[in-house]
Write a protein that binds this ligand. Structure first.
Ligand code: NIG
Ligand code: FE
Length: 409
């Protein structure tokens, strides 16, 4: 299978880095009037003066269009049963996310529904959600468990992701988030739950090879820094790399912990102090920001400007989930990042491509248009990437190419 993309008004390659820190995030490397050659799902050439025998290729004429790497959504919770539309309404009326959680709603509500949803139903729901992501130009997505909080349902969620990865063209990268909340069976006995997670769940996740990462919701009244550290270090022994839901509602020290234990990413970071930002800037941990969540919860956005100016590697992701953020809208995310978080368009693109890939440890395979990388490519209906925030809130992705095959046009 050979594919040729020619006459592109511009190719935004995002090339040259394994992840971009600070000022480097503005360097997106644009080629004007370029060509991309693809064979067997891999980019074999890219440039301006490339001659090939077109008869051998499926040819896409990208005259007047901008071409970019596929977006990487590196933080979602897209496999879940049931919905929480009432909670959204309660929040509009003034209740907070934590108040709703404390009265038994929140994550506990999705746990109940997910436990009662069959694997088959979850696969069907997941398929539809992945279709919607692909429409927005997402070609790789991370998905977390965490709506089971018992062995059976945590494994069910992870198996659903494994299945979806096999049957859907989007690549699904699975994360074990057994430490998303204390299940009601363990109320007041969080240390016992941590033991169960370490002794019972982690070995099974490993045995079936169901996850690449382990994540923890390190938050006041959820998991302490000490508990988070214990879980993540145990998971590292099983080969699961670390991610942390850090400093979302209260600054507990999640960002610092992430840097200390070499986490691949620290996510949310709404409340992270200057000291925490400093720690991240001096580490290899990616700061993953989730503006759709802050927006949906009416919280202030993470301080992206300070993070980038301090030298952090920032990624952007949707956090798509049934509670705090029931949105996988990349156009809205781009608007929030550029208009409200004062990120440049170039920084925003970096955050959604190569830095998203780095947040999944996939910077060698995806995230830029480079020879030898997967041909995960999107084509806009306009000649410049600058239309992404300018056509505010509108999906301008015309074509999605995944593994060298046109999946949507
Ligand atoms: O990333 N913060 C914790 N977890 C999710 C919310 C999950 C939910 O509300 O169901 C998040 O925002
Ligand atoms: Fe999350």
């Amino acid at each position: 299978m050979k594919l040729l993309i020619k006459n592109a008004a511009e190719i935004v390659t995002c090339s040259g880095y394994s992840s971009k820190k600070g000022k480097e995030m503005n360097d997106i490397k644009v080629i004007k009037n370029g060509t991309i050659v693809i064979e067997n799902g891999i980019i074999t050439d890219i440039g301006t003066n490339i001659k090939v025998d077109e008869k051998e290729y499926k040819v896409i004429d990208a005259t007047g269009k901008s071409v970019l790497p596929g977006f990487v959504d590196s933080h979602t919770h897209f496999v879940f049963g049931g919905y929480r539309e009432e909670e959204f309404d309660w929040r509009l009326k003034g209740q907070t996310y934590m108040e709703i959680m404390e009265k038994g709603g929140g994550i506990a509500s999705s746990v109940k529904h997910t436990r009662n949803t069959t694997e088959e139903e979850l696969v069907n729901l997941g398929k539809k959600r992945l279709d919607s992501m692909m429409n927005f130009g997402v070609t790789t997505v991370e998905g977390k468990s965490g709506y089971g909080l018992n062995l059976e349902t945590e494994l069910k969620q992870l198996r659903v992701m494994k299945k979806l990865n096999e049957i859907h063209s989007i690549d699904v990268i699975p994360t074990f988030l057994g430490a998303h909340s204390i299940p009601k069976e363990y109320k007041g006995k969080s240390d016992e739950y941590v033991e169960k997670l370490i002794k019972e769940m982690l070995p099974k996740v490993k045995e079936e090879n169901l996850a690449k990462f382990c994540d923890v919701f390190c938050e006041k009244n959820v998991f302490t820094v000490e508990q988070s550290k214990k879980i993540l270090l145990e998971a590292q022994k099983y080969g699961l790399k670390s991610k942390i839901h850090a400093d979302e509602i209260v600054e507990l020290g999640g960002a610092k912990l992430a840097a200390e234990i070499n986490a691949v990413s620290a996510d949310h970071l709404l409340q992270t102090s200057d000291a925490g930002i400093e720690k991240l800037a001096n580490s290899s941990t990616i700061a993953t920001l989730l503006p759709l969540t802050a927006f949906s919860l009416k919280e202030n956005f993470a301080n992206a400007r300070k993070m980038i100016d301090s030298g952090c590697s920032v990624a952007l992701a949707t956090d798509m989930n049934p509670g705090s953020c029931f949105s996988n809208s990349i156009p809205l995310l781009i608007s929030l990042a550029t208009i409200y978080m004062n990120m440049t368009i170039e920084e925003t693109i970096t955050a959604l491509t190569i830095n998203g890939a780095a947040a999944l440890g996939l910077e060698k395979e995806i995230g830029s248009i480079d020879k030898g990388k997967k041909a995960d490519i999107i084509i806009l209906e306009y000649p410049s990437y600058k239309f992404l925030p300018y056509h505010t809130g509108v999906n301008i992705i015309e074509t999605v190419i995944k593994d060298g095959i046109v999946r949507r046009d």
